[in-house]
Design a protein around this ligand. Structure first.
Ligand code: GLS
Length: 828
């Protein structure tokens, strides 16, 4: 097209699309421009939020022009791309991060100050994009950051929920949930792509015919459809939202049935209305299945459309496209691609299946049985009749091959089948994901080994070891150190002589030598204290509790789940409380003061987890008011834990707790965030704790509790040999039962999990060693010089846990893609 233009027109375009300069005055102009035009406001009726909107829009302009350039260059090369399918992207705020990544935070800060605002207040006005539950969704966000930083050609695909994870408020000690309508004031970080709209079909039936060559063809005749509309985000994430195919049904409308006519419209919009608030559990709801199909079908359609532009052969598809399945949620993409290739592109089953299995790879994020996705066959058939047939065929061909390799083993076939023979039959999504992928990975070394010996053991026997690999999780140091802990970041840059560590985290090793430098240690600890002061202020604002920044800050923030054992933590806090109460004044003088901080959401339907929150708040209410304890112990539950709260909490820890029953936490990623910020951790030999221990050394971490391979025997012993409860724990339970913290009846169901429930998570078995480990923490903290050395060594040896390392491993070993650096755009 461009070639047809006269020279002057081309020159005009080129001149006018030159990027704006980055001096403070140009920045100010662009902010004011957005205030007066896009927002239609005047200086005298502006508040922090409108200042935020204007700065965000101005920042976005710059992001978009860089992004356009990248896309333009990429589309010429048309390299193999990776598509990261994730039902959750827990992005948090964008502005601070975007400004830092463009190297413009200082200039914007100066500009906004001259315009009468304070950058920190403006940043605080942004609401979190909370389209995720916890670690799994935040991992997807960190991976998108690394993919962009490392210049990999990548797209993320997800859903644009109207309501993200609920807001948590604490009322009378109980969690209550409120809707998170995050789009209330428009989202400046997304661009609606109204031109990209795809019809997604549901229901109906399958028509079977013979074509002219006598080949049987299946055609899906859908019963209804909705539209998928794309929104794009400057991180290369495309999120789909559902819209009615037609606004309302004209026939019903003309018959005078207005309600019926809009009913379909609201049903269509429901699909992307809300994020399911479950972490590590399966919600077997029809709407959830609809979400999964809607999203995978729209995404695949988009991927195929982009592939088709290049006019290549179908057999080239796996050389152009890698699709990563983030957990089993997007597994239907496997079936949808097979359907497109066989039913619509008329490839043979085998050719199609070869393409499919070369394209997909699957990440498993948990071994917990309650999280394994299964869909009832009748419900599935009603929504997706053709897909069900395809799943049955995939299963048939697969089991035939298994039978050939291991003849006459019915038990094996039953165990490996994609269909579980229950009433009604169930589709096992994890089996489908394994069968349809060329690589399956776990998210930490222990977890990747565990999946090979437990849930996927038969599949390892059948496929061999090579298909099952490990990709230890990582976190982005740009957000989790540079942005969240700016002072520490600056000190590190000063100590190392440059900021290259931000993109090559192993360079932090250079800090090891600094641990011996007393002046450096002092600076390091001064920053830690400033971060604790910042958190103490947040605690004052949100909980109205005064805590001393000189106390040891002990933090456990993560989703509330029995396997994560917040219950064990609060039980140990009660033990500490009782111990202090029994002391003489002289003994109390040597107690290390501690502030125990909790945060995290419980799934709204998870009764026991919600009781744990109640217990924490009841204990806090008693302990914090007890003059016999004073500042020696404070207990805090920070409400509504989310990414932006984590950015305040993580840099402020002295110690944090990662204490899941061994073998239950696939990886954990907050453990990495805390240690990267110089916080020590107390933890079990579980998930990534083990690899953190290997990197930072046993002197810099507090490990306790049983090991994964001991769990089964311990459970068995408890159940059948009646092992008595740990005496210290027994004392704690008795105190609760005597009514030390509110009416004990409230907590009876919780206590029953230890007694009647036979303590599945082994709190009693680990309790003594947990108490000891906590005492070791107190003792170590007393020696602040030694503690500061440990803190520095923690940060220094965390290079491995950059998400850059993880993403590069995926790229090299699973996706087979290469980075395409785009020429310098002149911004940085
Ligand atoms: C999770 C695991 O529970 C975490 O251990 C893991 O770090 C995370 C990312 O791999 O995935 N699985 C899950 O369902 N929610 C998670 O956070």
């Amino acid at each position: 097209e461009k070639a047809k233009w006269p020279k002057e027109t081309i020159e005009l375009w080129e001149r006018l699309s030159k990027k704006e300069a980055n001096d403070v005055e140009t920045i100010e102009k662009s902010i004011v421009h957005h205030v007066t035009t896009t927002l239609a406001r005047a200086a005298y009726n502006m508040d922090n939020f409108s200042a935020y909107q204007a700065v965000a829009l101005s920042t976005r302009d710059r992001l978009i022009s860089r992004w356009n350039e990248t896309q333009g260059q990429l589309s010429k090369v048309d390299p193999k791309r990776v598509y990261y399918l994730s039902l959750e992207f827990l992005l948090g705020r964008s502005m601070d991060n975007a400004l830092l990544n463009m190297g413009l935070k200082d200039k914007y800060g100066e500009g906004i100050k001259r315009l009468g605002f304070n950058m920190e207040d403006v940043i605080e006005s942004e609401v979190d994009a909370a389209l995720g539950n916890g670690g799994l969704g935040r991992l997807a966000a960190c991976y998108m950051d690394s993919l962009a930083t490392l210049d990999y050609p990548a797209w993320g695909y997800g859903l644009r929920y109207n309501y993200g994870i609920f807001q948590q408020r604490i009322v009378d000690g109980y969690q209550t949930e409120y809707p998170d309508y995050w789009l209330n004031f428009d989202n400046p970080w997304e661009l609606p792509r109204l031109d990209i709209s795809i019809q997604i079909a549901f229901g109906g039936h399958v028509q079977t015919t013979q074509d002219e060559y006598g080949v049987t063809r299946h055609t899906w005749i859908p019963g209804s459809s909705v539209q998928a509309i794309a929104t794009e985000n400057c991180n290369n994430i495309r999120l789909w939202r559902s819209k009615p195919t037609k606004a309302f049904d004209l026939t019903s409308f003309n018959e005078g049935n207005y309600e019926k006519s809009v009913e379909d419209a609201t049903n269509a919009e429901k699909i992307t209305s809300v994020l399911y608030p479950n972490d590590n559990t399966m919600a077997g709801k029809e709407l959830r299945l609809k979400q999964q199909y809607f999203w995978t079908a729209a995404s695949l359609h988009d991927i195929v459309r982009r592939f088709k532009k290049s006019m290549r052969e179908w057999s080239d598809f796996p050389d152009q496209v890698a699709i990563q399945l983030n957990d089993t949620h997007p597994t239907l993409a496997i079936v949808e691609l097979q359907r497109l290739l066989v039913d619509e592109e008329l490839l043979s089953w085998d050719d199609a299946w070869e393409i499919v299995t070369k394209t997909f790879a699957f990440t498993n994020h948990t071994v917990l049985p309650e999280a394994m996705e299964k869909w009832s066959v009748p419900m599935f058939e009603y929504l997706l009749p053709r897909h069900l047939q395809i799943i049955f065929d995939i299963n048939l061909f697969f089991l035939q091959k298994v039978e050939k390799k291991f003849p006459n083993d019915r038990g094996l076939l039953n165990r490996m089948s994609i269909i579980e023979e229950a009433q009604p039959q169930q589709i096992r999504m994890a089996h489908l994901a394994v069968v349809g992928s060329h690589k399956v990975n776990g998210v930490a070394a222990l977890h990747s080994n565990l999946i090979k010996t437990t849930i996927f053991k038969d599949f390892v026997d059948y496929y061999g070891e090579d298909k099952f690999v490990n990709k230890t999780n990582g976190i982005t140091p740009r957000r989790w150190l540079h942005q969240a802990n700016p002072q520490l970041s600056a000190l590190i840059t000063e100590a190392l002589g440059n900021d290259k560590w931000l993109k090559n985290l192993s360079l932090l090793k250079g800090l090891n030598a600094k641990a011996e430098d007393a002046a450096f240690r002092k600076k390091w600890m001064t920053i830690k204290r400033a971060n604790k002061v910042r958190l103490a202020q947040l605690i004052k604002d949100r909980c109205d509790i005064d805590v001393s920044p000189d106390a040891l800050f002990d933090i456990q923030v993560k989703r509330i789940h029995e396997y994560k054992r917040q219950f064990m933590n609060i039980l140990a806090v009660i033990h500490r409380y009782r111990t202090i109460k029994s002391m003489t004044a002289a003994q109390k003088a040597s107690v290390q003061p501690r502030v125990v901080i909790f945060g995290g959401k419980a799934a709204p339907g998870y009764y026991i987890a919600k009781l744990v929150i109640k217990l924490i708040n009841s204990v806090a209410a008693v302990v914090n008011q007890d003059p016999a304890v004073g500042d020696l112990l404070k207990v805090v539950f920070v409400p509504d834990y989310n990414v932006s709260v984590a950015e305040i909490i993580v840099p402020a820890s002295d110690i944090s707790q990662h204490i899941s029953t061994a073998g239950t936490e696939a990886s954990g990623t907050s453990n990495m965030k805390f240690v990267l910020n110089g916080g020590l951790i107390i933890g079990t030999l579980d998930g990534a704790n083990i690899e953190i221990l290997e990197e930072i050394g046993e002197d810099n971490i507090f490990i306790f509790g049983c090991m994964a391979h001991e769990v089964e025997d311990l459970r068995h012993a408890q159940r059948y040999r009646g092992v008595p409860m740990d005496p210290a724990l027994q004392g704690v339970i008795s105190a609760i039962e005597r009514g030390t913290f509110e009416d004990p009846k409230i907590f009876q169901p919780l206590i029953s999990t230890l007694t009647v429930g036979k303590d599945f998570y082994l709190i009693s078995a680990d309790f003594a060693s947990y108490i000891t480990a906590n005492q070791q923490v107190d003792a170590a903290y007393k020696n602040q010089e030694e503690w500061s050395k440990k803190s520095i060594r923690c940060t220094a040896n965390m290079g491995k846990f950059s998400s850059d390392r993880s993403v590069k491993e995926y790229a090299d070993e699973i996706w087979n893609i290469k980075p395409y650096p785009v020429e310098d755009e002149g911004h940085l």
